[in-house]
Design a protein around this ligand. Sequence first.
Ligand code: DX5
Ligand code: ZN
Length: 222
Amino acid sequence: REKGKIAASIMCSGFDQVMDYVHEFERNNIEFLHVDVMDGTFVPNLAYGPDFVKRLRKKTDITLDCHLMVDRAEDKLDWFDFQPGEHVSLHYEGTCHIQKCLDYLAKKGVKPVIAINPGTPIQVLEEIADYIAGVLVLHVNPGFAGQKIVPHTIEKAARIRKYLDDLGHPEVYIESDGNITCENAAKLYKNGSDIFVAGTSSIFREGDIDELIMNLRKAIGW
Ligand code: DX5
Ligand code: ZN
């Protein structure tokens, strides 16, 4: 089993400390920067938009992992100028044209990822498993940092792993987002999650950043 990877949730860094955190993450070889994009309708909050994403991309070599929490993603995908190799997650619940959107990303060389909310059944993956690189499992109802995990989603990750394997897609990865404490991360790693969104529950808190990162890594197979 491969070691788990970290996607650091840049929304948790505070607007004045974004680049300080990015430099710490570069120094620690963090694998991804998780960038939350919110439109105020799909989720009851606003977060980063296209200009921020374009600027951040110029400032770091860490791979971006953009989480689009928007309605009608099909109208918005070309706003971001997504680059080959980047990861982009789209919500199943946010568009009637999910296959078209995933196909659009794949043609650009972007890794298409499907995001599913806690209440969305895993069976929706059946028709799109051929078109995705990963599944972003929401462990909270998205929109805000600092929420408590929806308990059944810990075991949901294991069901998703088995479901993807049974569909013939062992290569499709699982990423876990929302209230990823070290304790939850350890359970989710055991249940098959591969990438862990690190927010206020793990690395964005009081303490030595190298140590906070190391503690999370210890929970995910390092
Ligand atoms: C989902 C966001 C949040 C957040 C994660 O919309 O990705 O889940 O950044 O951080 P915490 O640890 O605060 O849930
Ligand atoms: Zn997110």
